[in-house]
Structures are given as C-alpha cells and as structure tokens.
Design a protein around this ligand. Structure first.
Ligand code: EPZ
Length: 418
C-alpha cells in the first residue's frame, strides 16, 4: 500500500494547474449510457474513481477508448443493466447508472451502497424520484431492481433534502421520460449544470439547471456529443489552502473562480491575500498572521463539505477559536483525530469541531480515512515540523490526480513510497 512521506516547512511558490472535475466526470460518463451514439468527453481526470466508473460502464455494454484525458464511450446496446456490489462498495457514485439504465433499457439492478466512512449516505431519494417517474422498485438480496417496461413518464419530484447525485440521477432518467418532469429542491452545484450542458448537447431539453427548480421535457432519443468537463473546484480549493497554509505565493490556474467563492471569502476573512489575475486563475499569497474564522458547510453556493477537512487543517494555524460545523454528512470529522495526533487542538461536539490555534504541528504517522480527510492531512503535513507519513493514500488517489507531483513542482517536499 502506498504512503506519502512529507517533510514540512516548504513555502509553496509557482503555478499549479487544476484538472477536470471528478464529480462532474462521473455523471457525464454515466450519461453516455443514454444513447447508442458515441459520446466524447475531454478533461477527464485520471483518478481511481473514474477508472472504476469506466469498468462499470464496460460491464454494462459500453466500449471505452481512453487517450490521455479524453474518453470516448459508445454503447450500441445495454448488455447487462447492473451495477454489482463489488464495484458499488468501492464507489458509491456507481448508483449514477440507475437513472440512465431505467431510462434507456427499462430496467436496472444496482447494489445498495452500504456504510461509508463519512456518513450513512442512503439513496432513498434517487429511488423515490424514480418511483414518481413510474419505475417499479423492488429490493432484494442487497440490490435495488427498477423496472419501467413501458418507459418512464414525467412527474413533479420534490426532494426532501438536497442531493447532488440524486438530482443528477433523476435528470438523466427524466430526459427520456414521456412529458415534463419538474425537479424541486434540486441541487445547484456546478456539476449539475455541467451535466445539464452535456445532456443538452445530446439533444435533451432542460431548463433551470443551477437553480432549485429544473424542468425537463422528455425526448424520444438522444444522440452523441462532445463535451469538456469543468474544472475541479475541490482540487482548486485544496491548492488554494495549500498556498495559504504554507505562507506561499501560489497561482491556481485552469479553475473557475466563482465556483470557489465561499472558500475565497473565508480565506480573505482569515487574512489571506487572494486575487484573480484572470478569468481562470486565483492567486493566493499567505504569510500574514492567520485569523480564525467560523465556517458551516452548506450546499452550493455555500461552503463545500468536500473542503471542510482541508479548511480545518488551515484553522489549526490561525489565531483564535474557529467553530467548524458540518451539516451535510453526520460523520465527516475523522481527520480531526489524526490532526490532533500532529498537535492540533480540536474538540468535537456533535456536528461542531472547535479548533483552537495557532498550534505548532509536528510530523507523525497518520492514516487517511477518506478522500478529503487525506487531503487535509497532506496540508497539515506541509506545515508540520519534521516528517509525516500518511498511510492508505489510495483514498487520495480516488479523487486527486498525481497530487504529490503537482505539490512537489511548487516546492513541497513530498514523495510516494510503496
Ligand atoms: C456528492 O455526493 C459528491 N459526490 C460528494 O463528493 C459530496 O460530498 C456530496 O455530493 C455533497 O456535496 C459526487 O458528486 C460523486 P448528496 P452525494 O446526495 O450526491 C443525504 C467527494 O469527496 N441523502 O448530495 O452522494 C446524504 O446522506 C465526495 O468527492 C439522503 O439522505 O451526496 C447526505 O447527508 C464524497 N438520501 C446529504 O443527503 C439520498 O437519497 C447530501 O448527500 C441521498 C442523499
């Protein structure tokens, strides 16, 4: 199992390029199941979750050609409309094939995901939505079986709570349903908008993506398309925090500044100098004394839960008390114990983490528990005294492409060991 060995103290300087968004690429790949024509996607990040999704699509019947960051998928027929437990248990986003499969072939068999490191993460809202669209759902042996032999029909789906992949799954189901579907209390994340853009290129009729009400007029079939995935706002945000925490001068390029607006605002309140030299670059200059700033995670455009762990690492270096509240997932503070092993002063109280700083961190052996928790440990290690060894970095490989190479290029002392 790979580990990262990081020697803290380096000040990051230079330019770092953002990849395409993992969480945009995953539904985009699943959307290719909706058509018998080829779909070509550019700027697909080369991370483990994407490889898992490609494997799943190939098992379902897609032909996949990969060349660098371009993936071409062609699914003339759905051979096996199933997402097996072996894949779903390693990547919950596999449930994104549910909507496309029912829409295209009238049936799907998808394993229920089971437990997860950051919370219970059920898919009841995906199922509820599909039922509204006329699918008959049956659960047995740990699998959800959905059937709509005569096709889906449009309906009003009001989500009890905002769900990102739930919105995406239902949007993909509704594009081939008969009549109009209205998704209310829909997620407004940029990844939802990106998926709507791709589906529109394929011939779908969608209005309102990016707002909480999305209207979809079903069409009888979709065609092929070519699409470039948006920048990964969570990767960009992680690098901005890396610049800030090391007191560096880092330009994060190839990003969409608006998509990290909530983080930039917090960084500025904390005393970090953040500027936007052009439409696709943010420059972060640290070095000034950091101030503690409270933060609560929210759905977009609020502060992303996927940046909470990284922000907590930053707050260990800020003067004062920061109260970090996690509202999206019930168990997303696994990194707090590991940060504490490095010397952070963090008290957990239900949904809140109370971070008192600044504390000098010292290198230690720590364990990555999930994707973003691992990123926060990397950030903490960059400022810790001495050497930190992060175990189980396969978690970070799920969503960050060559993070160690990118950070090393801007001055970090980080290496991967087997
Ligand atoms: C997406 O997960 C992202 N994954 C997650 O990225 C991200 O943390 C999350 O949205 C929140 O922004 C992808 O896009 C592939 P949700 P998703 O459904 O869609 C509850 C990362 O690190 N809920 O918006 O699975 C759920 O338990 C990650 O890249 C239900 O109760 O999240 C959670 O508390 C991990 N029933 C809340 O809603 C449902 O049917 C929001 O979850 C669905 C969700």
């Amino acid at each position: 199992m790979d580990k990262f060995v990081i020697t803290g103290g380096a000040v990051l300087q230079g330019q770092i390029l953002t990849n395409g968004s993992k969480n945009s690429a995953l539904p985009a790949l699943a959307a290719a199941l909706l058509t018998a024509e080829p779909v070509t996607l550019h700027r697909i990040p080369r991370v483990r979750d994407i490889r898992t999704m490609q494997r799943l699509l190939v098992d379902i019947g897609a032909k996949a050609e990969v060349e660098g960051e371009t993936v071409r998928l062609h699914t003339p027929n759905i051979v096996c409309p199933e997402a097996p437990y072996e894949l779903v248990k390693t990547m919950r986003a596999s449930s994104l094939v549910l909507g496309p499969l029912v829409a295209r072939s009238g049936r799907a068999r998808v394993s229920l995901p089971g437990g997860c490191a950051i919370g219970s993460r059920p898919i009841n809202l995906h199922i509820f939505g599909l039922e509204q669209l006329g699918a008959r759902i049956h659960q047995s042996h740990g699998y959800i079986e959905a059937e709509a032999a005569d096709g889906l029909h449009g309906a009003v789906v009001h989500f009890d709570r905002i769900t990102v992949t739930g919105t995406e799954d239902l949007m993909m189901a509704a594009v081939l349903a008969k009549g109009e579907t209205v998704l209310r209390n829909a997620a407004r994340e940029p990844e939802v908008v990106d998926l709507a853009d791709l589906l529109t290129k394929m011939g779908a009729q969608i209005e309102g993506a990016g707002t909480s009400t999305i209207r979809i007029q079903g069409v009888t079939q979709l065609g092929g398309a070519e699409h470039t995935i948006i920048a990964d706002r969570i990767e960009a945000g992680t690098f901005l925090i890396a610049g800030a925490i090391t007191g560096g001068d880092l330009a994060v390029t190839g990003c969409v500044p608006e998509h990290v607006g909530a983080l930039v605002s917090k960084l500025q309140q904390a005393g970090v100098d953040v500027t936007q030299p052009n439409s696709h670059t943010l420059r972060v200059r640290g070095g000034a004394r950091l101030r503690s700033v409270d933060m609560t995670t929210e759905e977009y455009p609020g502060f992303a839960t996927d940046l909470q762990a990284q922000y907590m690492a930053l707050m260990t270096q800020a003067e004062g008390i920061a109260i970090v509240v996690e509202t999206i997932f019930e168990n997303r503070f696994m990194h707090a114990q590991e940060l504490a092993r490095m010397g952070a002063n963090i008290r957990l109280d239900g949904k809140q983490a109370i971070v008192a700083g600044p504390r000098e961190l010292t290198g230690a052996g720590v364990i990555a528990s999930d994707l973003r928790a691992s990123a926060s440990l990397v950030l903490a290690a960059l400022v810790a005294k001495g050497e930190t060894v992060i175990d189980r970095v396969y978690h970070i490989d799920r969503g960050y492409e060559k993070i160690e190479a990118k950070l090393a290029r801007v001055g970090a002392k980080i290496r991967r060991v087997d």
